[in-house]
Design a protein around this ligand. Structure first.
Ligand code: ADP
Ligand code: MG
Length: 776
């Protein structure tokens, strides 16, 4: 018997998927695999687990005693959805739990478990039958994330095994139910692939009341500055159009931070006297919290993201208002940018991106304060993973930030590029959940038609695959060529990945997994990092290696100098001469403050460079050792936010590194009985011998990513005092590569050999995370 409170019960009844509960449950009980398609917001993620739960799945006394598992491509969704479902079912966080790489609330009481797809993939290596689950839901399958694709392939086999074993002895093992959920109808890669499911699984389409969304293209496409364009568009919407929430799609945290700041300056909502002071204080507090959290991290992680529908008559008017890109208006706006608009209603601005704390993320679900308009500025996490209530206007920059990976050379780049037509349509759809809406695209229809791809390319075709090849081998899938990939990668790439793994001794000559490989697969990190752990046991170096690989597996914790202005609340974008024209007292005060601010900034910059030097050490030989230094110092000083502030590192990244260190240490304690390792908060700095050993481990881990100074090959006798413009060549591409200016080695005499952590392409190809290789 499920207890739900009244309010939740009512909200549920509104969800389209609840009308289909009976059909869905019947189909599930009659079929091993079911595909459910439904628009974002129709209730798939929050409701389907509850349908299963109410039908007895997860109940120890039922036919299906195993727990219900739900996978998500993003951590943010796994965490926030588990909290929501717990709340809807009035169950505890132990009963409806989540597990992500760093964190888990899982307990023996767990009945419903949300997790990232990587977590379930790793579980498959230890238990290919997934025996603790009675049902597994693979969510957001339309996104075609690498892990999701592999999971679906692997689970198609689990399914058969469980079915066969249950025929032999149904009392021991029961068949497993698999539900694949997608926000789009494009599921033919799953249904038509005989290799995957020999009988095409039934597809249930959830009928959604999607209201018409009018699409408005820009006449012109701004070249780069879509953030300013978004600012202008939102100002127009807010000052001219009727109520309704605004959702802005940008590509990453920096842009989001910048835009939120502009909005808050223009439409400050604390100025309004419709709040009493107590409310104001409260609001201010939450705002500061958001502000702090907002500033706490920068995303390195790739942040992921309808054709003209009918336009009602009433809509037409609004449309015209905004479609004329009146030059006057724009110019005015340009000058007005920093002038507070005291006549408009306040704008309740919330950022939303993966690395924001859960607490701050959940705020988008709450109704905005009375008298304000909600404006969420998000990455494409708001495209299908999270549904924000009350959105009527979508402003879409049309771009997405993604990791590009050159399969041949291993060069990575984070590029901002046009998204696909399918995903632009998803974004537009966000405006039509609660009523007719509008989507303003900050690009022209010509650009959309000519330059947007139809669909986003599945991740498996644009990411390194050695990690998942190792995972597959750990599941005893020996011939990866025959693996039922929804869309298989090139055989050539699979062969290359196997070769790299053989190189690391994770696979034997026949491509079978070795003991070493099996151990490597138990760590939630890339194979080369696991390898470093395993060879890192000499000279008592293991704790240092653990710290290094943990740090390398998390986003870069160092704040970069170009972030300084953002994180110190400066008003860099307000030119000083512009202040003179401003008569308002408020802004005069602002101007004085701005000058002070500039001074403060200079000091901060100096401090910043001093700190970088400190962590680099006296005789810098490796960026990875700088990372180790900062992790060590952080723990030594108790891991405080104060430390992070003084040392220009991101608190959330540091915290994740700490959690991962703990986790890796645990795995070693459990799996490697001979190894004595514990988590020492007061880890001493490594000795000279240890430093040398650590560098050797790093070199071994990145041995395929070695770079040689070109002058050494050319026998050039030119002498350099810094590495600026010094050319290196790698084993792979023909491009010259360079040591990145942020490297601790940049200002030193250029070493002959280095290994790099990654290649990164901007104007040049840069090596990042560089370590000197000693010719011993
Ligand atoms: P889908 O998975 O089909 O996209 P969801 O199950 O995520 O749909 O969302 C269904 C509804 O539940 C949405 O209208 C969303 O606004 C609401 N919802 C989801 N999470 C929360 C939350 N934490 N608080 C309030 N409402 C939520
Ligand atoms: Mg969902």
């Amino acid at each position: 018997p499920v207890k739900r409170n009244q309010e939740i019960q009512e909200a549920r009844m509104e969800l389209p998927i609840c009308a289909e509960e009976q059909i869905i449950m019947e189909t599930i009980s009659n079929n091993p695999v079911v595909i459910i398609c439904g628009e974002t917001g129709s209730g798939k993620t929050t409701q389907v687990p509850q349908f299963l739960y109410e039908a007895g799945y997860g109940n120890k006394d039922s036919d299906n005693p195993g727990i219900i598992g739900i996978t998500q491509p993003r951590r943010i969704a796994a965490v926030s959805m588990s909290k929501r479902v717990a709340q809807e079912l009035s169950l505890s966080e132990q009963e409806v739990s989540y597990q992500i790489r760093y964190d888990a609330t899982v307990s023996p009481k767990t009945v419903i478990k949300f997790m990232t797809d990587g977590v379930l993939l790793r579980e498959l290596a230890n238990d290919f039958l997934l025996s603790k689950y009675s049902a597994v839901i693979i969510d957001e399958a339309h996104e075609r994330s690498l892990n999701t694709d592999i999971l679906i392939g692997a689970i198609s086999r689990v399914l058969k095994l469980r079915a066969e074993l249950s025929k032999e002895d149904g009392s021991k093992i029961r068949p497993i139910k698999v539900i694949i959920m997608s926000a789009t109808l494009r599921v033919s890669d799953f249904t038509q692939n005989k290799n995957l499911f020999d009988v095409a699984p039934p597809v249930i389409n959830v009928n959604t009341r999607q209201f018409p969304v009018s699409i408005h293209f820009n006449k012109r496409t701004p070249n780069f500055d879509y953030v300013s364009e978004a600012f202008k568009k939102v100002c127009k919407i807010h000052t001219k159009l009727p109520h309704g929430g605004i959702l802005v799609f940008l590509t990453g945290q920096d842009e989001i931070t910048l835009l939120c700041k502009k909005f808050r300056r223009k439409f400050p909502y604390l100025m309004q006297n419709q709040y009493n002071s107590k409310q104001m204080l409260e609001k201010e507090k939450t705002f500061r919290e958001v502000e702090q959290e907002r500033e706490s991290l920068n995303s390195k992680e790739a942040d992921f993201e309808i054709e003209d529908l009918d336009i009602g008559e009433e809509e037409l008017e609004e449309t015209e208002l905004l479609d004329t890109d009146s030059e006057d208006f724009e110019e005015n706006l340009e000058n007005d940018e920093m002038i507070m608009d005291e006549h408009s209603r306040p704008l309740y601005v919330l950022p939303l991106y993966s690395l924001l704390s859960t607490h701050a993320q959940l705020r988008v679900f709450e109704p905005p304060p009375e008298g304000t308009r909600l404006c969420v500025v998000a990455t494409n996490v708001a495209e299908t993973s999270l549904t924000i209530p009350g959105i009527k206007y979508v402003v879409d920059c049309g771009k997405v930030k993604g990791r590009r990976y050159d399969v041949a050379t291993g060069v990575q780049s984070y590029v901002v590029d046009w998204t696909s037509k399918a995903s632009a349509d998803q974004r537009a759809g966000r405006a039509g959940r609660t009523g007719p809406g509008h989507c303003y695209r900050l690009f022209s229809s010509a650009v959309f038609n000519d330059q947007f791809q139809q669909f986003t390319v599945p991740e498996i075709h644009r990411m390194p695959i050695e990690g998942i090849v190792l995972q597959m081998k750990a599941m005893n899938i020996d011939t990866v060529n025959n693996f039922p990939f929804p869309t298989p990668p090139d055989r050539d790439r699979l062969r290359k990945a196997e070769k790299l793994l053989q190189y690391m001794n994770a696979l034997d000559e026949d491509g079978r997994i070795t003991e070493l490989g099996r151990t490597m697969a138990t760590f939630p990190i890339a194979p080369r990092f696991s390898k470093m752990l395993i060879i890192g046991q000499q000279h008592g170096c293991l704790p240092y290696i653990i710290a290094i690989v943990s740090a390398l597996s998390v986003v870069d914790p160092f704040i970069k100098d170009y972030h300084l202005d953002n994180s110190t609340n400066s008003d860099d974008d307000v030119k000083e001469e512009e202040y003179e024209e401003v008569r308002s007292n408020e802004l005069n005060k602002l101007s004085e403050e701005a000058i002070l601010q500039k001074e403060r900034q200079k000091l901060i910059r100096k401090k910043f460079y001093d700190v970088q030097k400190k962590h680099a050490g006296l005789d810098p030989t490796s960026d990875l050792l700088k990372l180790l230094n900062v992790v060590g110092a952080y723990e030594y000083e108790g891991g405080t936010d104060k430390f992070c502030e003084c040392n220009f590192v991101r608190p959330k990244a540091m915290e994740e590194i700490r959690k991962l260190r703990g986790q890796i240490t645990n795995i070693i304690q459990m799996n490697c009985p001979g190894v004595d390792v514990c988590l020492d908060p007061k880890m001493k700095p490594p000795s000279t011998i240890q430093l040398k050993a650590i560098r050797q481990v790093i070199t071994a881990g990145f041995i395929d990513q070695i770079a040689i100074r070109k002058g050494l090959i050319d026998k050039s006798s030119k002498i350099f005092s810094s590495t600026r413009n010094v050319e290196y060549c790698t084993m792979w591409g023909n491009d010259n590569v360079f040591i990145h200016p942020t490297s601790v080695l940049f200002h030193n005499k250029p070493p002959d050999f280095v290994v790099y952590q990654e290649l990164y392409k901007t104007s040049k190809v840069w090596m990042k995370g560089v370590t000197i290789v000693e010719s011993s």
